[in-house]
Design a protein around this ligand. Sequence first.
Ligand SMILES: NC(=O)c1ccc[n+]([C@@H]2O[C@H](COP(=O)([O-])OP(=O)(O)OC[C@H]3O[C@@H](n4cnc5c(N)ncnc54)[C@H](O)[C@@H]3O)[C@@H](O)[C@H]2O)c1
Ligand SMILES: CC(C)[C@H](C(=O)O)[C@@H](O)C(=O)O
Ligand SMILES: [Mg+2]
Length: 350
Amino acid sequence: MTTIAILAGDGIGPEVTVQARRVLEALDLDLTFEEAPVGGAAYFAAGHPLPPETLDVAKRADAILFGAVGDPRCDALERKFRPEQAILGLRAALGLFVNLRPATLYPGLEDASALRPEVAREIDMVILRELNGDVYFGEKGYRTAANGTREGYDVMSYNEAEVRRIAIVGFEMAKRRKNKLCSVDKANVLETSQLWRDVVIELSADYPEVALTHMYVDNAAMQLVRNPGQFDVILTGNLFGDILSDQASMCTGSIGMLPSASLSAWSGANGLYEPIHGSAPDIAGQGKANPCAAILSAAMLLRHSLEQPEAAARIEAAVSAALVAGARTPDLGGTMTTSEMGDAVLAALV
Ligand SMILES: NC(=O)c1ccc[n+]([C@@H]2O[C@H](COP(=O)([O-])OP(=O)(O)OC[C@H]3O[C@@H](n4cnc5c(N)ncnc54)[C@H](O)[C@@H]3O)[C@@H](O)[C@H]2O)c1
Ligand SMILES: CC(C)[C@H](C(=O)O)[C@@H](O)C(=O)O
Ligand SMILES: [Mg+2]
């Protein structure tokens, strides 16, 4: 029996996750679903954003479908109780250091893209984001000195083993795609990035067939808008990958379109799958959220954790067909509700 943990979370998290679950159920794959609270929902129900029972459910499952966490009512809480700690805690506890964030333009979405149609049409990349290190997991502090001056800090660091293991994934992915790897860093300023670049260059000797380039992150942000078609696999750290993937999403039409997979190795069980967007408090409860990113995350779950590539392709084809037929939530310029968009994808499933 295959068990999928559903951690829907806060805001639009539950709204989009239920649509992804409907699509998975329609495939008749004999999946069992186990729901558990996470984020603000878990804090209000159980006093902690990632209760031990929820972590157990996640660890026991064959794969995890995650919605989003974040609740403005928690903004004033001590950091360890904030909803966002739940997703960081899961990534750390499950050793999910590989984060795949594919960005492609779905047919017909040229009009929704922030770019000119001929530029947008070229987008077909994966942002490979390291997910267990960087400023996210370095020493942190917020303190007040004796003279009353406040100081905040988050240490940015990577060691060479951490860089090597994600870089290997990058080279292997590039080999299976277009043999192009662009490593994005800030080596002109940061020692962390200098180490990153040194390790990537050393490793490149094992992959002579892969064309390796390096780009500073500020230039990469610009090139994503100027000429996104130049990218195949972008290999980058935790913070830069977070920012660049939100930017890439608007090039493909909407942040509501980009799925992600978080894995402990390139392929394997216990992966966590989530849209790249957050809980979107500004539209929560209004039926306005685009469920495509969540639905496409379910497709990634089938491909990477359940070894069901045909089923994954069926979901992706259904999303594509629904969009070609004109199905659009407001973020894509349409008027459909979240569940109507789910209906459209279900109707297109063949
Ligand atoms: N992995 C996660 O759980 C995750 C990811 C990002 C942000 N967050 C959290 O979510 C909360 C809100 O953060 P934010 O506003 O900066 O980012 P967000 O991604 O939630 O929303 C940014 C903007 O995009 C829109 N948007 C997002 N998803 C959409 C969708 N599916 N369809 C249509 N529009 C969509 C929102 O309405 C908003 O205007 C914060 O608490 C943040 O920490 C969580
Ligand atoms: C909520 C937050 C911790 C998270 C991140 O920064 O990784 C989010 O922005 C994401 O992109 O998954
Ligand atoms: Mg983000």
